[in-house]
Ligand binder design. Structure first.
Ligand code: HEC
Length: 100
């Protein structure tokens, strides 16, 4: 599970860091993601849509967003989808472990 998640995250690494104080370059730093309000990483220029979404990130909201970002949050600037539910589950478990 953990390994699959790490593999799945390889596709996200181009844009996201996970470590505390990690850079937000193409996408926001994802440290302390769980329990965080969508669009709230300091210093990242989010879409108005994501900021206004009212989402708080947990396993369920991440599953919905990663399955179809632009359906869950029309107007979001993140377009990468993870279509396979098992891959999403592994990825979310990985994120939970790595972004504490
Ligand atoms: C091409 C760059 C890119 C890739 C690849 C990418 N993202 Fe993103 N991601 C973004 C951008 C840009 C945003 C901000 C979207 C917005 O402001 O609407 C974002 C936002 C997010 C958020 C919301 C963060 C917050 O602070 O609210 C999560 C969670 C996320 N991405 C997870 C992932 C995962 C998991 C992957 C890999 C499957 C991934 N992203 C791949 C660019 C990317």
């Amino acid at each position: 599970m953990q390994n699959q998640g790490a593999q799945a995250f390889a596709a996200c690494r181009a844009c996201h860091t996970l470590t505390p104080g990690g850079k937000s370059v193409m996408g926001p730093n994802l440290n302390k993601l769980f329990g965080r309000k969508a669009g709230s990483a300091p210093g990242f220029n989010y879409s108005p849509a994501l900021k206004a979404s009212g989402i708080v990130w947990d396993a369920k909201t991440l599953d919905q967003y990663l399955a179809a970002p632009t359906t869950r949050v029309p107007g979001t600037r993140m377009v990468m989808k993870v279509g396979d539910p098992a891959r999403r589950a592994a990825l979310i478990a990985y994120l939970k472990a790595e972004t504490k």
